[in-house]
Design a binder for this molecule. Structure first.
Ligand code: COA
Length: 370
């Protein structure tokens, strides 16, 4: 047999081609830097860009907003009722996984062109998953479900459905930025998972459900929840340095730091960092910001490890009074854009993804005496 390349964790392996995003140097979505998109575009426009390849014209954006409003209002009542049957202790990521799958049973996509059909399915998931998330979150607290509002942008609408009050404009803007930053990231573990599922010619819902499962782990999307738990457990700035040094001495991975690809810093974390201080100012979590600053310094001084996107995002969500259990699910409601774009791209030039393994088990042996 010819010698095949083996790289644990597929590190350094090019596993496919994509025109959706690159992380070489800066992070670009279809050629645009995420910083420019965050400054000048909305999450809706970014999702359109990822799904259709170009930013929408004014007419296309208005049509997209109309479709998303209709979709958000039409979450099947069976799905909302099913939420009441789930254990209130179920992790929210499990609720997301289950409801993404359930929504597939009520797929009413009428498009006959399969490429358009999957993009419409993706749009519907992008519009409906936040409604489901907010409903699940409120129901388990015994609160009334807050229906979506057609007059609010996507980010403001999510905060409205969760809190039941209209968010301050700066919260909606920063939240929109965080959704843009979470929307897409090349061949990360969950996106690769969705492409593997799509490559078998399975359906979009199956791919998204598998992606949610992969994102749940603390080495991937789950890190944003661990970040806040750590900051809250440390509690005060005078304990932060000792905590960070002890964690490094124990060779523990500090959640929200490090990245398989960005070794000099995650551009998304750099963009969001100043917004953390802005949002925290006068709003209560300044102590958390002081703790974060010290941990960041120790990790850089001791090991040259910079923070990743989850480090600022967890603090931003906390400053917006969002409870920890929502952080990874909010990553999902954004990343559906990137996952779906990858499913569409995979299907447009498909080859079954089927790598090989290196066998390290026993050599061939006879089965005797049974
Ligand atoms: N905290 C402390 N040390 C870390 C670290 C972290 N978060 N991330 C990496 N390191 C250290 C490793 O211990 C290792 O040190 P050593 O050379 O002294 O043994 C070195 O940096 C290289 O780490 P490695 O595990 O090979 O990097 P990786 O590319 O496999 O890991 C992650 C990437 C993301 C899995 C890893 O950084 C991590 O677990 N981070 C925390 C989870 C997280 O925030 N995930 C979200 C990613 S966006």
């Amino acid at each position: 047999m010819t010698e095949l390349t083996f790289s644990p964790g597929l590190e350094g392996i090019i596993a496919g081609e994509t025109a959706i995003s690159t992380i070489e140097g800066d992070l670009l979505y279809r050629g645009y830097s995420v910083e420019d998109l965050a400054r000048q575009a909305s999450f809706e426009e970014t999702a359109f860009l990822l799904l259709y390849g170009e930013l929408p014209t004014a007419g296309e954006l208005a049509a997209l907003r109309g479709r998303w409003c209709d979709d958000a209002e039409r979450v099947p009542h069976e799905v909302l009722e099913a939420l009441r049957l789930l254990p209130t202790t179920a992790p929210m990521m499990d609720v997301m996984r289950t409801t993404a799958s359930l929504l597939g049973h009520w797929d009413r996509t009428a498009e006959t062109d399969p490429r358009l059909a999957n993009r419409r399915r993706a749009e519907r998931l992008l519009a409906q998953m936040p409604v489901v998330l907010a409903a699940a979150f409120r129901l388990r607290r015994g609160w009334e479900i807050v229906p979506p509002r057609g007059d609010l942008g996507h980010a403001a609408n999510i905060l409205w459905m969760l809190h039941g009050t209209e968010p301050p404009a700066n919260w909606a803007e920063v939240f929109d930025d965080s959704l843009i930053m979470y929307a897409e990231h090349e061949f990360n573990a969950s996106t690769f998972t969705t492409r593997v599922v799509a490559s078998t010619l399975s359906d979009l819902y199956s791919a998204i459900v598998a992606g949610i499962g992969a994102l749940k782990g603390p080495l991937h999307g789950g890190a944003n929840e661990r970040v806040l738990e750590i900051l809250q457990a440390i509690g005060s700035a005078d304990r932060a340095e000792a905590w960070a040094r002890a964690a490094l001495a124990r060779k523990e991975k500090v959640m929200g730091f490090g990245h398989r690809v960005y070794k000099d810093g995650d551009p998304r974390a750099k963009y969001l960092k100043p917004l953390c201080a802005e949002l925290a100012a006068g709003a209560g979590p300044e102590e958390l910001e002081r703790i974060a600053e010290i941990i960041e310094r120790v990790l850089w001084d001791e090991k040259r490890i910079p923070p990743n996107l989850d480090w600022p995002t967890a603090r931003l969500y906390h400053a917006m009074n969002l409870p920890v259990e929502l952080y990874t699910p909010l990553f999902v409601v954004s990343r559906i854009a990137g996952w779906s774009a990858h499913v569409c791209e995979q299907l447009e030039n498909n080859r079954l993804i089927r790598p090989r393994s290196r066998y390290i088990g026993p050599s061939a042996r006879p089965l005797v005496g049974r």
